[in-house]
Design a binder for this molecule. Structure first.
Ligand SMILES: Cc1cc2nc3c(=O)[nH]c(=O)nc-3n(C[C@H](O)[C@H](O)[C@H](O)COP(=O)(O)OP(=O)(O)OC[C@H]3O[C@@H](n4cnc5c(N)ncnc54)[C@H](O)[C@@H]3O)c2cc1C
Length: 459
């Protein structure tokens, strides 16, 4: 590793570390600060044997157990008042199969570490979420996804799982062995067992050409399906109160391909999304508090800031941004082709209710997958996410948007805020009952239960 690379990965490590939720004694809070809880006990096991004894011991004394990752879920899916298991000391690469490109990681490995470790093997993840601090076990457990109509979220990329079940049994499951557990535990909400290791499908490293521009949101919505199909990775951000959207599309480059007409590196840095998304959000935050009317003018100003940019990015660095401003988030997946109409309906409702929104609305895509609790199960999907600065009340805004998303047959992201309970989730997810039956069989005593699971899966 060169000095520059060393410095870069040290910075990345630091970035991951500073993104961790604060842990004081047994008090824990998630990244957004919206969830705070005090567990009776906390443990950071460093071996499979330790995890087994903790699960068996807790089960025997009626203490509920919850595995926690990096606390980046916006809701209480990872909360417990019983025994909290964290995996800060159980991370790293276990193995890489050079024939299949399947790499196996310990549960607590952060997503930025996953990419750094894969780089050494000439491998990368084909897709991932836009934040790199989460752990691999936490990220798959709530169905973390990125964008790209040809690509699935992380859970569908999982090839094997090593887990400790509620009775202390250790299982290695994949498509052939314990296939029922494997199928569901790829997105298991922490309800089916403690994940020790995740085997995930990787691909050779690649580079992408990134194109960014702003344009009228109506044009973007009219051409959404074609643009999403034409690009490898496609996303857009609509700035409410303005007619503008920021569009970002990535095309994977062939080996040796050197595109021309790139924006200078300095310009890329200067106009970085840091500027657009965070600096501006910071302004929106403070201005919004002082003078609500400023938010819409600010949104228009922001959207006009970004000129077209074209630059090449490495697959290890193309996903993931720093998040300086804390926010709450709600996200649903709707059928892919309905995406533009749903965004239009959200716009109509926001105008009707005169809601002031200081964060862009994020629209991404995903390929249909076969993971039972995935929002993209069995259908190509448009993901629509809304955000709210933590110090602003989010309830009315989220409720308005959620109403539209539900009416459109949307399925909520399990790690974001949503108000659905088991009976509504059963309607949204066609294989919901299968998941619940498996949970009942594997964990009849609800050793891995918590209030989120009681609401979402039933008691
Ligand atoms: C700034 C920000 C940006 C985000 N961007 C995206 C995005 O682009 N796309 C997206 O889809 N999501 C996104 N999310 C949501 C987030 O990535 C997911 O909710 C993810 O689960 C967080 O992983 P984590 O390690 O923090 O897990 P946690 O939130 O700590 O836990 C999530 C779940 O995983 C379970 N779990 C953790 N470890 C284990 C284990 N070892 N065994 C069994 N279960 C376990 C927990 O019990 C819980 O049920 C974002 C969140 C934030 C804060």
């Amino acid at each position: 590793m060169t000095d520059a690379q060393g410095e870069k990965s040290a910075k990345k490590r630091q970035r991951g570390a500073t993104s961790l939720p604060k842990r004081r004694a047994n008090t824990w809070r998630n990244w957004s600060g919206g969830v705070t809880e005090t567990a009776q006990l906390t443990a950071g096991p460093t071996s499979e044997t330790a995890v087994r004894s903790l699960v068996i011991g807790a089960g025997g004394s009626g203490l509920r157990v919850k595995s926690v990752g990096a606390g980046h879920s916006f809701n209480d899916v990872a909360a417990t008042e019983g025994l909290r298991l964290h995996f800060d000391d159980y991370r790293g690469l276990v193995s890489v199969n050079p024939e299949t490109n399947v790499a196996t990681f310990r549960a607590g490995t952060r997503m930025h570490e996953v990419q750094e470790l894969l780089r050494e093997h000439g491998l990368t993840l084909e897709n991932q979420g836009d934040v790199v601090a989460p752990t691999i076990a936490g990220a798959i457990s709530t169905g973390t996804h990125g964008t790209g109509l040809g690509y699935s979220g992380l859970s569908a990329m999982v090839k094997s799982l090593r887990m400790v079940l509620a009775d202390g049994q250790v299982v290695l499951c994949d498509e052939r062995t314990h296939s029922d557990i494997f199928e569901h535990a790829r997105l298991g909400l922490g309800a089916l067992g403690v994940i020790l290791e995740v085997g995930i499908q990787c691909v050779p490293s690649f580079r992408v050409l990134v194109d960014e521009s702003t344009g009228p949101v109506d044009d973007v919505l009219d051409t959404f399906a074609d643009r999403a199909r034409a690009a490898d990775y496609f996303a857009f951000y609509w700035f409410p109160h303005s007619e503008q959207a920021l569009v970002r599309s990535h095309r994977r480059l062939a080996e040796g391909e050197e595109p021309e007409g790139l924006t200078s590196r300095n310009a890329v840095k200067l106009m970085d999304e840091e500027l657009v998304q965070y600096w501006t959000r910071g302004l929106a935050k403070s201005l919004g508090e002082i003078a609500p009317g400023m938010v819409s003018r600010l949104s228009q100003f922001t959207a006009s800031l970004t000129g077209p940019r074209h630059y090449v990015e490495d697959s290890h660095g193309m996903f993931g941004a720093q998040r300086r401003i804390r926010f709450h988030a709600l996200e649903y997946g709707v059928p892919f082709e309905d995406g533009p109409e749903v965004v239009r309906e959200i716009r109509r409702r926001l105008e009707e209710r005169r809601l002031r929104v200081s964060f862009p609305i994020e629209v991404r895509t995903a390929a249909a997958d076969d993971v039972p609790l995935s929002p993209a199960y069995g259908r190509d999907t448009t993901y629509i996410a809304v955000h709210r600065y933590v110090r602003e009340a989010h309830e009315e805004f989220f409720e308005t948007v959620e109403e539209v998303l539900r009416a459109a047959g949307g399925r909520p992201h399990w790690g974001m805020l949503h108000t659905l309970r088991a009976e509504e989730l059963r309607e949204a997810y066609p294989r919901f009952d299968e998941f619940v039956e498996l949970r009942d069989r594997l964990d009849p005593q609800r050793v891995f239960g918590n209030p989120y699971l009681e609401r979402s899966l039933g008691e």
